[in-house]
Write a protein that binds this ligand. Structure first.
Ligand code: NAD
Length: 307
């Protein structure tokens, strides 16, 4: 596919809102789906805020279509900034799947729950034309399993975007058992249009990123649970000793503790290995609604900054 115009984004939470913003800023028509009007209204507020922040950072309008100049030249180009309403008009918010018959590409970002995701892929398979490529932005669910829930496994791949999506230049791409070379090429076209790069890996639960990251975060929670160190001390050690920009518990708060728990449980189920047993403190915090930035409280307090 030489150019991708209309992109369906399913799930308007932390990742779906970031993706919708990044896609609209780069000139794509976006169909953003979630379960309720309330969630969509909150998503729109988040995107507005994200666009305000992007403008402060000096984000430019979309690049010329089918631009094959080197990335450095494209970034130097003097493109006008677009106003917020122009970008927002490219995003259609919906609780149904209207318009998906036009979707060139769909990125699924719903809750990390296999039962829920399975239902969404069946629906997508029914409403999208045969040419549409499906990308799963999952944390740990195998892409081969997702492909098997559709009638088009060759057109399904993993695209594990990093949070916050508009600011992160690299995406982990995952090739499922049946994913075709053409599908990988189409996904790379979309990434180029977004100004991002992909690193391709083979399918395995948690891929490269979360196989390591989730284990690290869970172990860091155990350190706090056992009273070995406080959250701030754990994070300071990672930042000052290893030069990490964020510590593992700040990262957990950014991702969302519910997503961390679902991911650790997913790895535990996939490998039947006790090294992925979730820390009881993580379970208790999720039960208490302490989900990190998105709820206003996690290992740190965000009450004054939460949406
Ligand atoms: P989130 O909880 O912020 O958002 C999930 C959204 O999915 C919610 O708004 C929910 O209402 C919606 N949803 C649930 N069922 C739905 C359905 N049937 N139809 C439509 N919408 C539905 O979660 P998130 O952090 O955005 O994560 C989404 C996905 O991206 C997960 O699979 C997660 O593992 C993955 N992921 C998360 C991060 C991160 O840093 N948070 C990074 C990469 C990938």
């Amino acid at each position: 596919m030489s150019e991708i115009h209309t992109v369906g984004v399913v799930g308007a939470g932390v990742m779906g809102t970031g993706l919708a913003q990044a896609l609209a800023q780069t000139g794509h028509q976006v169909l953003l789906v979630d379960r309720t009007e309330e969630i969509l209204a909150a998503a729109e507020r988040t995107i507005r805020e994200g666009l305000r922040f992007a403008r402060l950072l000096g984000a430019k309008g979309p690049a010329r279509p089918a631009d094959d100049r080197p990335k450095e030249d494209r970034l130097k180009e003097d493109r006008p900034k677009e106003d917020r309403e122009t970008v927002l008009k490219r995003i259609t918010l919906t609780t149904g799947y209207e318009g998906f018959e036009e979707a060139d590409f769909v990125i699924e970002n719903i809750t990390e729950d296999w039962g829920l995701k399975q239902g969404v892929y069946r629906r997508l398979d029914a409403v999208c034309p045969p040419r549409t490529v499906f990308a799963a932005n999952t944390s740990v669910i195998p892409i081969t399993r997702i492909g098997a829930a559709t009638s088009r496994p060759a057109q399904v791949l993993g695209m594990h975007f990093m949070n916050p999506v508009p600011l992160k230049p690299v995406v982990e791409m995952i090739r499922g058992h049946h994913t075709s070379a053409e599908t990988v090429a189409t996904a790379r076209t979309l990434l180029a249009q977004l100004g991002k790069e992909g690193i391709l890996v083979e399918d395995s639960p948690g891929f490269v990123t979360n196989r390591v990251l989730m284990l690290t975060v869970n172990e860091a929670v155990y350190l706090v649970h056992e009273g070995v160190a406080g959250a701030a001390e754990v994070d300071r050690i990672f930042k000052t000793c290893f030069g990490h920009t964020m510590g593992p518990l700040e990262t957990a708060d950014l991702i969302g503790l519910d997503t961390i728990l679902q991911s650790v449980e997913g790895l535990y189920a996939a490998f039947s290995d006790s090294k992925y047993r979730p820390c009881p403190l993580l379970v208790r915090m999720v039960d208490a609604g302490l989900l990190g930035r998105k709820s206003g409280q996690g290992f740190y307090d965000y009450a004054t900054t939460a949406a």
